[in-house]
Design a protein around this ligand. Structure first.
Ligand code: APR
Ligand code: PHB
Length: 394
């Protein structure tokens, strides 16, 4: 079987799905290939913080109806250390900007439903996905779908297949530069059936390690604990998790964590990673396929959104005027924001975690940075500006 869309999109994560919508709004035809089933994609628990610009874009695209109904707008976050909480008033410090708490898999459900309703093509359960001739003007994607061998011939390929996808490897090693860092800790993430313990997210630094209190809905809470990256989730009983959360979040005024049944738990690795360039011939990488940030700054999904917004604009200019100038500078355009988010995520991570081999000096540095961030409006404003997200074209 043969297909000939303008753009072949590999991966139905936030990057691939939003790109298909943005292209459709410009009259550009695409096919999305996804190796997993729709049910699996819609059930994968990831982060839940949408930057101001991400929220605006989803709303402007007509994709934000349920997000605006069910999501929660937050105007601040708390940094907690030495038994005390300090509010960073995000909205006050950023000229009225805010964040939206709305889980990534809910965004995906909305994007998939809207795309299929509009007659868009998303092929789930695609296997043996291979890229061909990416340096030519007619690249192709070969894959198996519903037991048929499919050949998709297109003008451009968007590699939106995440960190473990196949697209990145189509950029020859000789032209790739990879920058990366792994951290000597992971995050143990849980979902708990309980009411929220706080109105805003809490990022806590403690002697015992980092803890984060986030939320999913009035009935479901998301929390994380810094842990050994090699640890296995089977080593953590629910009681141990609760005890550790309570210990790391304890305040001198006896703040109480509201608890309930833990319905999901897993350990995730933390890494920073960037590949340059993000393009080769007619292949353009977007989202996690090109870069990873540790989740401390909640930037992963938002960076994917910014990439595909640039890519869609560049492709729109190509199809309307045959101009390639935005395509040519795609990597450069994306990387300014990517490296800003890499720095911010690394900085938040470094400030808030216990490093296993750290000495008294290192810990003093962290405390001083925390203290400065909560006491100086200028330092707090820098955190806030990055957290709510810089404008797309800053
Ligand atoms: N063929 C087709 N699809 C693939 C392949 C492949 N060979 N390999 C991976 N995929 C799919 C994955 O199953 C996944 O659904 O590509 C999709 C990639 O989605 P994400 O990993 O979510 O990546 P991205 O869309 O870039 O989203 C950015 O931000 O919050 C962070 O990491 C989080 O997922 C989030 C990311
Ligand atoms: C989440 O809700 O999953 C979440 C929130 C903030 C982060 C990371 C994850 O920094």
């Amino acid at each position: 079987m043969k297909m000939r869309p303008h753009v072949g999109i590999i991966g139905a994560g936030p990057a691939g799905l939003l790109l298909s919508h943005l292209l459709a709004s410009e009259g550009i035809d695409s096919v999305v290939l996804e190796s997993r089933s729709r049910a699996e994609v819609e059930a994968t628990i990831r982060a839940g913080v949408l930057e101001h610009g991400t929220v605006d874009l989803l709303r402007d695209m007509g994709l934000g109806e349920r997000m605006q109904r069910e999501g929660a707008v937050h105007h601040g976050i708390e940094l907690r250390f030495d038994g005390e909480g300090h509010r960073i008033p995000l909205t006050e410090l950023t000229n009225g900007r805010s964040i939206m708490i709305y889980p990534q898999h809910e965004v995906l459900k909305d994007l998939i439903a809207a795309r299929l309703e509009q007659g868009g093509r998303i092929l789930f359960n695609a296997s043996d996905v291979r890229l061909a001739d990416v340096a030519s003007s007619q690249p192709g994607i070969h894959f198996v779908h519903e037991e048929q061998q499919v050949e998709l011939q297109c003008d451009f390929i968007a590699g939106c297949d995440g960190f473990h996808g196949v697209s990145r490897a189509a950029i020859p090693a000789a032209v790739q530069t990879v920058s990366s860092r792994t951290y000597p800790f992971g995050w143990l993430g849980i979902l708990m059936q309980a009411p929220p313990s706080a109105e805003e997210l809490i990022y806590a630094y403690s002697e015992r390690g980092f803890a984060l209190v986030s939320t999913r809905s009035p009935e479901l809470q998301r929390m994380y604990l810094q842990c050994d990256p090699q640890d296995e989730i089977a080593n953590w009983s629910d009681e141990m998790i609760l005890e550790e959360l309570q210990a790391r979040l304890a305040t001198t005024d006896h703040w109480q964590l509201r608890v309930g049944p833990i319905i999901q738990k897993s350990i995730l690795a933390m890494r920073s990673f960037v590949i340059e360039p993000m393009q080769y011939g007619r292949l353009f990488l977007a989202g996690d396929a090109a870069h990873i940030v540790p989740p401390t700054g909640a930037k992963g999904l938002n960076l994917a959104v910014a990439d595909v917004r640039h890519l869609a604009r560049a492709l729109a200019l190509f199809y309307s005027n045959q101009q390639t100038e935005l395509l040519e500078v795609y990597t450069q355009t994306c990387l300014r924001r990517v490296w800003r988010a890499e720095h911010f995520s690394w900085w938040m991570t470094s400030m808030l975690h216990r490093f296993p081999d750290d000495d008294a000096f290192g810990q003093r540095m962290q405390r001083s940075q925390l203290d400065y961030t909560v006491r100086s409006p200028v330092a707090a404003a820098s955190l806030a500006e990055n957290y709510v997200g810089l404008p797309f074209d800053w």
